[in-house]
Design a binder for this molecule. Structure first.
Ligand SMILES: C[S@@+](CC[C@H](N)C(=O)[O-])C[C@H]1O[C@@H](n2cnc3c(N)ncnc32)[C@H](O)[C@@H]1O
Length: 215
C-alpha cells in the first residue's frame, strides 16, 4: 500500500543530499533513496529510460502528464524539453503536488513545469480555457489505471490529440488498464509499440505502451 507520508520523507532527503539546480543529480539521489531506503511508485530509472527514449526526437512544445506524485517523471520529462517546451502535470492529491512543487523549485525547473491540482477528468475539459492548450505533442499516462481509458477517450473526443501525438502509458501489465491497452491496440487511430521492463525499483516485469495518434 502507498504510504501518504513517503513524498515528504523523499523531499527531506533530496533537500539534504542533492545538488540544487542539478536535475540529473536530483534524479540519481531519488533513485538511490528508492533502491536503498524505501520503494515507491514513481516510474523509476529502468522504465524512465523508455520514457526518455520516447521523448527524444519528438521535441514536444506541449507535454501533458497525468499523475505527478512527487515529480520524479516530471523532472525526467522536463530535462529533455527544448527551450519552448512546457510540461503540464496533473495531480489530484494536493499534498503530493506541494512536494512536487518544492522538488521542481529545487531543480530550477519552475519555468518548464506547470502543476495542475485536480482530478484528470475535471482538468482535461478545462485545458483550453484555463491553460490555452489546444493540442498535445506528448502525453505520459501514469495515474490510476482505471482512469486511463476514460481519459484517453476524453482527450480524443475534445480534439487534444493530433496527428503524431506521442502517448506513453505506464504499468500496462496491470489488470485495471487492460481496457486501455485493448482499445489503443485495436483502434486504427493509434500505432502502438509495447515495451517490457522491470517495475520501479523491483524485479517484477511491467509494461509500457507507446501509441502514436494518427489522423
Ligand atoms: C504512479 S503515481 C505517478 C508517478 C509519477 N508519474 C512518477 O513516475 O514520478 C500516480 C499518481 O497519480 C495520482 N492520481 C491518481 N488518479 C488521478 C487522477 N484521476 N487525476 C489526477 N491524479 C491522479 C495519484 O495521486 C498519484 O500521485
Amino acid at each position: 500500500m502507498i504510504d501518504p507520508n513517503f513524498p515528504q520523507r523523499l523531499l527531506k532527503h533530496v533537500l539534504e543530499n542533492a545538488n540544487r539546480g542539478d536535475v540529473d543529480n536530483i534524479i540519481n539521489v531519488m533513485d538511490n533513496y528508492c533502491y536503498t531506503v524505501e520503494r515507491c511508485i514513481a516510474v523509476g530509472d529502468k522504465k524512465g529510460k523508455i520514457l526518455d527514449s520516447c521523448l527524444m526526437g519528438t521535441d514536444p512544445k506541449i507535454a501533458l502528464e497525468l499523475g505527478t506524485y512527487f515529480g520524479y517523471s516530471a523532472l525526467r520529462i522536463a530535462r529533455l524539453l527544448g527551450e519552448d517546451g512546457t510540461l503540464y502535470t496533473v495531480e489530484a492529491n494536493s499534498a503530493y503536488a506541494d512536494v512536487a512543487r518544492k522538488i521542481i523549485k529545487f531543480a530550477n525547473l519552475e519555468d518548464k513545469i506547470r502543476i495542475i491540482v485536480g482530478q484528470s477528468s475535471d482538468v482535461i475539459p478545462e485545458l483550453t480555457k484555463k491553460f490555452q492548450i489546444f493540442h498535445l505533442d506528448f502525453l505520459f499516462i501514469d495515474h490510476w489505471k482505471s482512469c486511463y481509458k476514460p481519459d484517453i477517450f476524453m482527450l480524443e473526443e475534445l480534439g487534444f490529440l493530433k496527428d503524431g501525438t506521442v502517448i506513453l502509458a505506464d504499468n500496462t501489465f496491470d489488470d485495471e488498464c487492460q481496457d486501455y491497452v485493448e482499445y489503443v491496440r485495436q483502434s486504427p487511430k493509434y500505432q502502438c509499440t509495447a515495451f517490457q521492463e522491470k517495475d520501479f525499483y523491483t524485479n517484477n516485469d511491467d509494461g509500457m505502451e507507446k501509441s502514436v495518434f494518427k489522423i
